[in-house]
Design a protein around this ligand. Structure first.
Ligand SMILES: O=P(O)(O)OC[C@H]1O[C@@H](O)[C@H](O)[C@@H](O)[C@@H]1O
Length: 285
């Protein structure tokens, strides 16, 4: 029987979430905690997102996996908590619809007294998750309803699930300048035709305007971004469980983070203005 497209409330490891389905059998789950996509299964495919079995879902720390939304600070590029303020915040549903084979839901999160004590700005963050056939779109809009400009860095911190991280390759980064966060050094140029993960990787690739291809033995994903200037590639490698207690020992093998990011150059949003960015992931084969 053909499933009906829908957006329905559900419970994901005890956290309130929404389950999206399309008529052709795609599904996704997005958590209200963090506005975080936690599952994406295209029609006839396996789960595409990694979520750690040790992930914590009670809001005491960010959920390890899926697509955390990092704003207004990427990683430790400033004095705010790592990756900003939104990962443990409760988001609200602002829109949902199903039409022409696409199911989407939008979630919003704004400033409050707690956020303003850390970061004295009014903001409205809206994440739209849309699934259609083999395609996932994540759109992030950041509006400044306040009276002073704000500057931000951030990311859609996408944990792509892989069968074995050492056997995947990421193509499309050749020739780009990148900052290797593991070295105290100036940016360098990528000279490898594809990135293969054989050790810890934590890199910010600058000005990445082209599609990337993530290939493993079973399938190929196309990854495209708009609005986000940079791409971050992260895998914590062996021993990660000592630094990240919400990862199990072998989990580093099961994911590669390919993040749509604003990291090199903060973006300024003037009062009344909006910034917008998108990450699209498509199963190509
Ligand atoms: O443990 P967190 O806060 O989710 O961050 C995970 C990683 O996120 C990546 O985006 C950063 O480049 C890494 O430096 C960081 O360690």
């Amino acid at each position: 029987m053909t499933p009906l497209p829908s957006v329905t409330p559900c419970d994901f490891h005890g956290t309130p979430a929404l389950r999206l389905t399309t008529g052709d059998g795609a599904s996704a789950v997005v958590s209200l905690l963090g506005g975080q996509l936690l599952s994406w299964v295209p029609p006839g495919e396996k789960e595409q997102l990694f979520v750690s079995e040790r992930a914590v879902f009670d809001g005491s720390k960010p959920i390890r996996g899926g697509v955390p939304v990092c704003f207004p600070q990427f990683a430790d590029l400033g004095g705010l908590p790592k990756h900003g303020l939104l990962r443990t915040r409760r988001w609200e549903v602002s829109d949902q619809s199903q039409h022409n084979g696409c199911t989407l839901v939008s979630l919003v999160c704004g400033d409050d007294a707690a956020s303003r004590t850390l970061w004295p700005h009014a903001f409205r963050a809206e994440l739209t998750v849309a699934i259609e056939g083999e395609r996932l779109d994540l759109e992030l809009s950041l509006t400044n309803p306040g009276e002073a400009p704000f500057a931000f860095t951030g990311a859609l911190h996408t944990y792509l699930k892989v069968a074995e991280v050492e056997e995947v390759s990421l193509e499309g980064l050749y020739g780009l300048d990148y900052l290797d966060k593991l070295k105290d050094a100036a940016p360098t140029r990528e000279t490898a035709p594809s990135l293969v993960v054989e050790r810890e990787v934590d890199r910010i690739y600058y000005d990445c305007a082209r599609p990337l291809l993530l290939r493993d033995e079973q399938h190929t994903l196309g990854i495209n971004t708009e609005g986000f200037s940079d791409v971050v590639v992260w895998n914590p490698w062996e021993g990660a469980e000592a630094r990240f207690p919400d990862l199990a020992a072998k989990d580093f093998r099961r994911f590669l983070c390919v993040e749509a990011a604003v990291a090199r150059q903060p973006v300024t949003v003037a009062p009344g203005e909006e910034w917008w960015g998108r990450q699209t992931v498509v199963v190509l084969s």
